[in-house]
Design a protein around this ligand. Structure first.
Ligand SMILES: [Zn+2]
Length: 385
C-alpha cells in the first residue's frame, strides 16, 4: 500500500467516526465567528446562538466566550481549556513530522533529496503523493525510502517518540499537509523554512488553489488537532499569514544572536514539559528574538540573557528581551493545541548520549511537549502565578 493510500484510509476512518459528532460541529460554527452567510445556511439554531452574543463581542461569539476571542487573528486563543474543540475525533497514536524547506536548511535535517519529492534529484523516482515515510515498524518494505544517517532530527524524533509507543511519520511533501489526516494526534513542524506550505514552490501547474496546505493545517487545528513548533517553525510562513503567527502564540521570528551557550530557566514548574527538569540548565542555541512578543500564552521557559557571553542580539539589531526572554510556551489556538519552542538549532541537541550541553533536558522538554499537544498528557498546565 502506498503512503498516499495509508493517509487517505486514515482520513476516511476519521471522517466516518466523526459523523455522530456533526451536531457538535454545527454548534461550534454557530458560535465561533461564523459569517452571516454561514449562519443563514445553518438555520435558526445558529441564528439564535449568534443573536444571543454580547453587544460588544464580535458577531457570532457566544455569551461568556468573548474574553478568549482575539480580533487580531479572528480566532479563540489563550490558556483557557474551554476553547479546545473536542469533537470526539478518533485519532491514532501517531504524529506527522514535517520539515520541508523552501529556503535555508538546518544541518540537523540532513539531505533534502531523500525526503522532498519536488527536489530535482528525485525527479525520476515517481514517488506516490503525498510522500510519507512511516515508522509504524509493522511493514518496513512499504517505506518509499528510508531515512539516512544525515536526517538527524527526524531519526532522533523517531527514536524519542517510538520509545513512548508513538508511531512517527516523516514527510517533506507539502501535499501531506494538503490532505492532513485528522487521525494524527499532532503535527510537528521540525524546522521547516520560509513559505513551506505554498504549492507553487512545488511546481504545481494550472491549479489556482495554491494555499491548500494552509487550509489543511488550519482545518486540522480547528478540529482539535495538536501542533508542535520546533526552532525554525518560527522562520516559516512569516510574511503574510497572520493565522500562523497566531498559532505560534502571537509571535514571530525577528533575528537571532550568536550560536552560544546560555542558561535556560524554567518559569513554569507545573507543566509536564517542564516539571521534572532542573530549575536552570545549560544549553546552546541561537536564542531567537521575537516580534511580536508572545501574548496570552503559558510561558514555560526563558533564557537568562545575562549568561550569554556574546549577548542576545547583534550590534544595531534587535536588543533581545532583557529580563524575560521566552524560549518555550503553549496555548489553545483556534480549537486546537499549540506547544512551541524556539530551541533546537544543533544536530547534537537531538542525539542520545552526546556531551552537548542540555541535550537530555531539551529532549525531555520536547517529548513531553509533544505528548501534551497530542493529548496523551495534561496540556499547558498554568504555572504558579
Ligand atoms: Zn537555527
Amino acid at each position: 500500500m502506498s503512503g498516499r493510500h495509508r493517509v487517505l484510509a486514515g482520513r476516511e476512518k476519521a471522517m466516518a467516526n466523526k459523523r455522530p459528532g456533526k451536531v457538535g460541529r454545527r454548534t461550534f460554527l454557530a458560535g465561533a465567528g461564523a459569517s452571516v452567510a454561514t449562519a443563514g445556511v445553518l438555520g435558526t439554531q445558529a441564528a439564535s446562538a449568534a443573536s444571543a452574543a454580547s453587544g460588544n463581542a464580535p458577531f457570532g461569539v457566544p455569551p461568556g466566550q468573548s474574553k478568549n476571542y482575539d480580533p487580531t487573528y479572528g480566532v479563540y486563543r489563550g490558556t483557557d481549556p474551554d476553547i479546545y474543540n473536542d469533537w470526539g475525533t478518533e485519532r491514532d497514536n501517531k504524529v506527522l513530522v514535517y520539515s520541508r524547506t523552501a529556503g535555508p536548511r538546518h544541518a540537523h535535517l540532513g539531505r533534502r533529496a531523500i525526503l522532498d519529492p519536488d527536489h530535482s534529484s528525485n525527479a525520476g523516482l515517481d514517488l506516490d503523493r503525498p510522500y510519507v515515510i512511516t515508522h509504524a515498524h509493522t511493514d518496513p518494505s512499504v517505506w518509499p525510502l528510508p531515512l539516512t544517517d544525515d536526517n538527524v532530527s527526524q531519526n532522533e524524533l523517531v527514536r524519542m517518540l517510538s520509545a513512548e509507543g508513538i508511531e512517527v511519520h516523516v514527510t517533506e511533501d507539502v501535499r501531506a499537509l494538503q490532505r492532513l489526516s485528522d487521525s494524527y494526534k499532532a503535527v510537528i513542524f521540525n524546522s521547516p523554512t520560509r513559505d513551506t506550505l505554498w504549492d507553487h514552490a512545488a511546481g504545481a501547474e494550472g491549479d489556482t488553489r495554491l494555499d491548500r496546505a494552509r487550509e489543511g493545517l488550519r482545518k486540522y487545528i480547528q478540529g482539535g488537532g495538536g501542533f508542535v513548533g520546533i526552532h525554525n517553525a518560527h522562520g516559516t510562513e512569516y510574511n503574510g499569514w497572520n493565522w500562523y503567527e497566531g498559532l505560534l502564540g502571537n509571535s514571530n521570528y525577528y533575528s537571532h544572536g550568536a550560536n552560544q551557550d546560555g542558561d535556560v530557566v524554567i518559569v513554569n514548574d507545573r507543566d509536564v514539559s517542564t516539571k521534572d527538569l532542573p530549575a536552570r540548565w545549560g544549553f546552546r542555541d541561537e536564542w531567537y528574538n521575537l516580534i511580536p512578543f508572545p501574548t496570552n500564552v503559558n510561558f514555560l521557559a526563558v533564557v537568562d540573557e545575562s549568561t550569554l557571553p556574546e549577548g542576545p542580539g547583534r550590534p544595531g539589531g534587535h536588543p533581545g528581551h532583557g529580563d524575560f526572554h521566552p524560549i518555550s510556551w503553549c496555548q489553545y489556538y483556534d480549537g486546537g493545541r499549540s506547544w512551541v519552542t524556539t530551541l533546537g538549532h544543533s544536530s547534537d541537541a537531538y542525539r542520545e548520549g552526546t556531551d552537548f550541553p542540555g541535550a537530555a533536558e531539551f529532549q525531555q522538554h520536547l517529548v513531553h511537549g509533544i505528548k501534551s499537544a497530542m493529548g496523551l498528557e495534561p496540556f499547558c498546565t498554568p504555572g504558579r502565578g
